[in-house]
Design a protein around this ligand. Structure first.
Ligand code: HEC
Ligand code: HEC
Ligand code: HEC
Ligand code: HEC
Length: 226
């Protein structure tokens, strides 16, 4: 009698273990598939929840918009670093000055072109290492006003190092022409993309005029944690 019970128990337990094992086996390929961008919906834009940036009135910068930011922006709100936090209030990014004031260009001659930063917002470019273009005409203030075609946030493509990667994002490292004498960019996560863009121009501008207030060191821009 006892033996019969033990055998039944062993059979039931064995069955349960097989069922559990099968479920586990199935879970892995399904999960891998759902993460694959070609079979599932595209990954949501990075840095929107929580927002990666807010303007000085507290409004979050959306994943894309056809309205230019009119107030300075505190970037890196969602930074994941033990030492450095969001950008300092006095290092807020002033979009108005950076897109209209000639002093904010590397050579000081005319205001930086929109596409110096929004590099995908043009139909093509002679810059050899740029390959991805998403706009029918070159982005200018006027083009934006007439087309009403939204401009994407940098973070729609330049994912955080902590976000799950897709086949396309973050963009892979680019190689610069030998004449530029610059090492390859490295995987273009948000920190790499912004640092190359922001600090690159700030360094060039300071060569023109060392007195410019363009920040270049970590603590010029980021608050210090702890
Ligand atoms: C095309 C060149 C260029 C790019 C790109 C650029 N900057 Fe600047 N930035 C400047 C110059 C030049 C100044 C100094 C202006 C002065 O001293 O009058 C400056 C000044 C600043 C300042 C000082 C405060 C102020 O508004 O004057 C901050 C903060 C700043 N930049 C942040 C950024 C960030 C963040 C990025 C990247 C998203 C960026 N900049 C990209 C050229 C650039
Ligand atoms: C110096 C770099 C720089 C220049 C020049 C520049 N922008 Fe921007 N722009 C930015 C950054 C950085 C943001 C914030 C994007 C983010 O948070 O990812 C932004 C945001 C925007 C947004 C809002 C996007 C969103 O996600 O809500 C629009 C629209 C825009 N820019 C249009 C323009 C136009 C038009 C010009 C030229 C007149 C221009 N920008 C020039 C760097 C620049
Ligand atoms: C639609 C996707 C997309 C958006 C939006 C985007 N990028 Fe990029 N970025 C790329 C891709 C892809 C590359 C690799 C080069 C290529 O394929 O054109 C790249 C390359 C770069 C590079 C390396 C090349 C260089 O110029 O040194 C920098 C820096 C950069 N992006 C900064 C930015 C900044 C700053 C913004 C926002 C103002 C931005 N990107 C918005 C997709 C994007
Ligand atoms: C010109 C201002 C500027 C300087 C100088 C600067 N950063 Fe940044 N940093 C930024 C911006 C802008 C971002 C991206 C913000 C976003 O994605 O919203 C960023 C992003 C980052 C991130 C974010 C990665 C993540 O988890 O999202 C780290 C870490 C970081 N910076 C560290 C540094 C360190 C270390 C230095 C000095 C070697 C430095 N930064 C210098 C402006 C700056």
């Amino acid at each position: 009698m006892k033996l019969k019970l033990i055998i039944i128990l062993a059979v039931v337990l064995g069955y349960l273990m097989v069922v559990l094992a099968c479920n586990k086996k199935q879970a892995t390929p399904t999960a891998a598939l759902s993460n694959h961008p070609t079979t599932a919906a595209p990954a949501p834009p990075d840095g929107t929840d929580p927002p990666h940036a807010v303007d000085t009135s507290g409004k979050a910068i959306p994943a894309s918009s056809a309205t230019q930011p009119d107030k300075p922006i505190i970037l890196a709100k969602d930074i994941d670093d033990p030492k450095w936090g969001e950008t300092k209030p006095d290092a807020a990014f002033d979009h108005v000055k950076h897109s209209t004031d000639p002093n904010y260009s590397a050579d000081g001659k005319s205001a930086p072109a929109c596409v110096e930063c929004h590099h995908t917002d043009q139909p093509s470019s002679t810059v050899p290492y740029l390959k991805k273009f998403e706009r029918k005409e070159v982005l200018t203030a006027k083009q934006l006003e007439t087309s009403k075609d939204a401009v994407k946030s940098c973070r729609a493509c330049h994912f955080s190092p902590t976000s799950e990667e897709t086949d396309d994002y973050p963009p892979k490292s680019v190689t610069y022409p030998a004449a530029m004498n610059k090492p390859p960019s490295g995987k273009l996560t948000n920190d790499v993309a912004y640092h190359i863009n922001c600090i690159g121009c700030h360094n060039d501008a300071k060569k023109r005029d060392a007195k410019l207030k363009a920040p270049v060191t970590c603590d010029d821009c980021h608050t210090k944690k702890g």
